[in-house]
Each structure stands twice: as C-alpha cells, then as structure tokens.
Design a protein around this ligand. Sequence first.
Ligand code: CU
Length: 143
Amino acid sequence: MKTLSGILYFFVLFLISKNTSAETVQIEFTKFDTYSIEIAYINGGDTIEWSPNIGEHNVEFLIAPQADLLPNKSKINEFHSVTFDIPGIYLYGCTPHLNLGMLGLVIVDKNLENIADIEKIDLSPVASSVLNHLLKEVSLNLM
Ligand SMILES: [Cu+2]
C-alpha cells in the first residue's frame, strides 16, 4: 500500500512537471533570407528565440490574436525572445525583407480563431504568395 501511494505520488509529480515545463524554440535566419522555421507550432507559455547568425534580419510582428498585444519588434541583428501566452496565430516578418517573402507564422495551442485577420492582410505579391503557401500548409496540418 505504501509503495502504491509512493508510485502515485511520483506519477502526479511527473504529470505536473510535464504540464508546466514550457519549451523554447530556436529560429535562425537562413542565407536564403527566410526563417529556419516558417511555421512554429507551440503551446501557450512557450518561448521563441531568434538569434542573429547571418545577414541583416530582424523580427517585426504584423498580426497577433489581440491587436493591442503585438510582441515587440527587434532591431536588425539583435537577439530576440518572445514568450507567447495568448492562443492564436501570429504573423511576423523581417522589416527589410518582408516584401521578398521573409515571414513566419507562430501558432499557439493550435488555435486558428484569428486566421481571417491573417488572410486579409495586404502584402507585396511575393509575400502574399509565401503567406498563402504557409496558410495552406497550416490548414492541411490542423483543419
Ligand atoms: Cu531579413
């Protein structure tokens, strides 16, 4: 009986630690002026880190689930870290290369409630084409 409660105790501890352990995802800039992960599927509370490793890039958020809660924009070639607590889709791009299609999506808790905001954003033809491609991939994965 004592052993069983001991096992249960550790099992509960394991469940708690599993639920509260937020993860950190690293995204790099590539030599093709893209982000190494274009669609990041994460859980609420997780953090994404962008590290300057190549080229002249940054991270600028264009759309968040709540318009007044856009994450901060980073400076060119600067380490940037954002923790995502609110579920939904976030769209970001590189300020100097957005028109060339350097953009990425962050999807928190598989929540697509604000996808309409992302679909109707006005971008350059190349950026729109990249975004449409990514959104198709998201709908294949999640819908
Ligand atoms: Cu760039």
